[in-house]
Ligand binder design. Structure first.
Ligand SMILES: Nc1ncnc2c1ncn2[C@@H]1O[C@H](COP(=O)(O)OP(=O)(O)O)[C@@H](O)[C@H]1O
Ligand SMILES: [Mg+2]
Length: 244
């Protein structure tokens, strides 16, 4: 099962924006996607709920656990966990194995091509479980010196866990987000990333685009809100790169 986890221990680094827009982009490319929102702020649904008529999942055999108390269908090919935002303790039972086994279960592999996981911005059991379940780990970050330091630390931790076979991921990449090409600092830091990690480890950049933020106010992915915007263009390129 392809499991893509989007993670960064810092908040506000476009994790949820990336998950929501990848979910929509993959679905447009005929991939069947389920989004697991492991951040109990429940922001994923803020980006998906106006896509259509959100309804209880019609795939009844999907297993649930204390975290996934409910799964909803957001649109054709897009399902998501509905988070209980009032209860911060619902996910205690999530351990490394529980989530990985869930992703690989027969019901999930039968009905979906991709599991996309959004994560909380803290080192928590949810984050560790999501990293352990991942086949692909994407770290979104803005190309700035301090953000780079956080990326480097998370990359090192993931690499060590992959070497020790605690994580099964084979792809570990950085996604430059909120990039402003007119800023020298962004250009410099991006070029440092290419030099340090290699071009193949740095995904197609997402430029700063206010439409990406506005789309959340309308509870839609940017493709459904502003299909001709920079944000839609950049996430389309990213989708192609990930599934091409
Ligand atoms: N490329 C971008 N350009 C402009 N704003 C963005 C971009 N990506 C994300 N944002 C905005 O930045 C804020 C944080 O993004 P979010 O996806 O919620 O981050 P996280 O999930 O990592 O906390 C949101 O208001 C979002 O709309
Ligand atoms: Mg988020």
């Amino acid at each position: 099962m392809r499991v893509i986890t989007v993670a960064n221990r810092k908040g506000g680094t476009a994790k949820t924006t990336t998950v929501v827009n990848l979910a929509y982009g993959f679905a447009q490319a005929n991939k069947r996607v389920i989004v697991l929102d492991l951040d109990n702020q429940g922001h994923v649904m803020h980006g998906l709920k106006a896509l259509g008529c959100v309804q209880q999942s019609d795939i009844t055999e999907l297993p649930l656990n204390t975290f996934f108390t409910s799964i909803v269908k957001c649109a054709d090919n897009i399902y998501a966990t509905d988070v209980d935002t009032c209860n911060a303790n619902t996910n205690e039972e999530i351990t490394l194995d529980v989530l990985r086994n869930w992703c690989d279960s027969e019901a999930v592999t039968k009905h979906f091509d991709i599991v996309l996981i959004d994560t909380p911005p803290t080192l928590s059991p949810q984050l560790m479980a999501a990293l352990s379940a991942a086949t692909d780990i994407i770290i979104p970050a803005t190309p700035l010196p301090l953000a780079s330091d956080g990326v480097q630390k998370l990359l090192n931790a993931c690499r060590n866990a992959m070497a020790e076979r605690k994580f099964r991921a084979t792809k570990l990449t950085i996604l430059p987000v909120m990039v402003e090409q007119n800023l020298k600092l962004h250009r410099q830091e991006l070029s440092n990333w290419y030099g340090r990690y290699g071009r193949s480890k740095v995904l197609s950049p997402i430029r700063k685009s206010i439409k990406l933020a506005e789309a959340f106010a309308e509870n839609k992915p940017v493709f459904a809100y502003a299909p001709n915007s920079r944000g839609a263009h950049d996430y389309t390129e990213l989708c192609k790169q990930l599934i091409g």
